[in-house]
Ligand binder design. Structure first.
Ligand code: 0O2
Length: 240
């Protein structure tokens, strides 16, 4: 964020910052809804299962700044933290993730600052997700304010794992027995397997449907649709 508007500066910097981040989140949510709607309209398929948006809590902001060794200030908050506004997009298949990421990058007013692909390069604990840090302009009366939003894109299965791991372990950090770490890693492998299986199952269903459609089309071209044999039977019997 390059500047904090003067009018807000006088009132309350914290509240005005959170207002701007909150507005950026709302804009991202609208973008997701439009993108998903367009996809349904064109391909009759919705890649996005659901979207969660959250503003980082004051406690979490202070904790993260301290953990990173920065003084707690509004300027450090906007400069050093990239996930004050966060959007999580949950989709069905890994292939959807890259398609959604591509659609987001193509948006004219979105600037991708960087990407962390924890799907191609999972964390040692097994964490998988696709992270993008982008900026989006929030249009205030004094002009646009480029605002950072962290976007996490993951499958339902990856989200299930990450949510549980977050509750059980991620925030505790150290002092967790090794066997728990190993169990969580083993669960992450199961998630991998499930995602791969569901993907190939879906591919098989799509292929089967497409074959069904082309058989139907061929039959129609040959004059052999489902209804026609019946009609032929009637005409045959009437002629007998
Ligand atoms: P919370 O409570 O979700 O806010 P960067 O922002 O890129 O400068 P950072 O923050 O280390 O550096 O980025 P990273 O590694 O991409 O992680 C950002 C967020 O991803 C985290 O935010 C988590 O939400 C999620 N995340 C990253 N690693 C893990 C993990 O191992 N397990 C789980 N469950 N989530 C993870 P916060 O602020 O750490 O937490």
């Amino acid at each position: 964020m390059q500047y904090i508007p003067k009018t807000y500066d006088q009132i309350d910097q914290w509240n005005s910052l959170m207002f701007i981040y909150g507005s950026a989140l709302k804009q991202m949510q609208v973008k997701m809804t439009v993108m998903n709607g367009e996809f349904v309209h064109i391909y009759n398929y919705n890649p996005i299962e659901h979207v969660k948006a959250r503003l980082k809590t004051p406690e979490s902001i202070v904790k993260k700044l301290k953990r990173l060794g920065y003084e707690v200030s509004t300027s450090n908050m906007t400069e050093k933290l990239n996930d004050i506004a966060g959007v999580r997009i949950i989709c069905s298949f890994t292939s959807d993730i890259y398609q959604i990421a591509e659609m987001i990058s193509r948006q004219a007013d979105v600037t991708v600052l960087y990407v962390k692909d924890y799907i191609k390069n999972p964390k040692p604990n097994g964490y998988k997700s696709y992270h993008m840090v982008v900026t989006i302009p929030v249009y205030l009366s004094e002009g646009p304010v480029e605002t950072k939003v962290e976007i996490q894109i993951r499958t339902v299965a990856m989200d299930f794992w990450a949510s549980l791991e977050h509750k059980m372990y991620y925030k505790l950090g150290k002092n967790v027995p090794d066997y728990l770490t190993e169990e969580l890693k083993a669960c992450a492998d199961v998630v991998d397997m499930l995602d791969a299986k569901m993907y190939s199952l879906n591919e098989a269903i799509v292929k089967w449907n497409t074959q069904g459609d082309s058989k139907e089309q061929n039959a129609q071209e040959d004059g052999l649709t489902d209804e026609e044999p019946e009609q032929r039977d009637h005409s045959d019997s009437s002629s007998e």
